[in-house]
Design a protein around this ligand. Structure first.
Ligand code: 4NP
Length: 169
């Protein structure tokens, strides 16, 4: 695991307008609170919403947490992302299958499903709220926020561990 302050993570869902923008926002916020400078982005495996802002229900859910995601824009996952990011996190098993199809095989990114890194939630998927009601987005927030905080805890642990090289370059 690289130095936490140079860590880069890409959150991936299908459309990059519902779940992964919220995961990006949750992790940005958690890292900011912890004083960590990290590189964060999100992408979709599909090209349906390239260039579009997040779904209005995701924007509203982030806004309820005081976070503005109106400037986010949808983009598609590319093979180059496996070279650019340390960690790629998918939301569900369908995302994981789609991510594997783009994986060039010689990148540096470690790939996992988001809730697999949350103690006690291994194997659970972040369900797609796209077809549901607006209240589904608060459940989505709770799930992606748990994932974001679990990831942050791993990074902070790496930084403070006497066995790691911590903040050393
Ligand atoms: P997301 O949700 O993958 O969480 O962004 C979806 C957004 C759009 C579509 C599907 C899922 N769509 O079919 O357009």
């Amino acid at each position: 695991m690289p130095n936490a302050n140079s860590f880069s993570v890409l959150f991936v869902c299908l459309g990059n307008i519902c779940r992964s923008p919220l995961a990006e926002a949750a992790f940005r916020e958690a890292a900011r609170e912890a004083g960590l400078e990290v590189e964060v982005d999100s992408a979709g495996t599909a090209d349906y919403h390239v260039g579009e802002p997040p779904d209005p229900r995701s924007i509203a859910e982030a806004q309820r947490r005081g976070i503005d995601i109106t400037g986010y824009r949808g983009r598609q996952l590319h093979a180059q992302d496996f070279h650019a990011f340390d960690q790629i996190l998918g939301m569900d098993r369908s995302n994981m299958a789609n991510i594997a199809q783009v994986d060039p095989g010689d990148g540096k990114a470690r790939v996992a499903m988001l809730l697999d890194i949350v103690p006690g939630q291994e194997g659970r998927e972040v369900g797609d709220p796209w077809y549901g009601e607006a209240d589904g987005f608060s459940a989505t927030w709770a799930e992606v926020d748990a994932g974001a905080r679990a990831l942050l805890a791993v990074l902070l642990d790496q930084t403070s561990s006497p066995c790691s090289n911590g903040g050393a370059q």
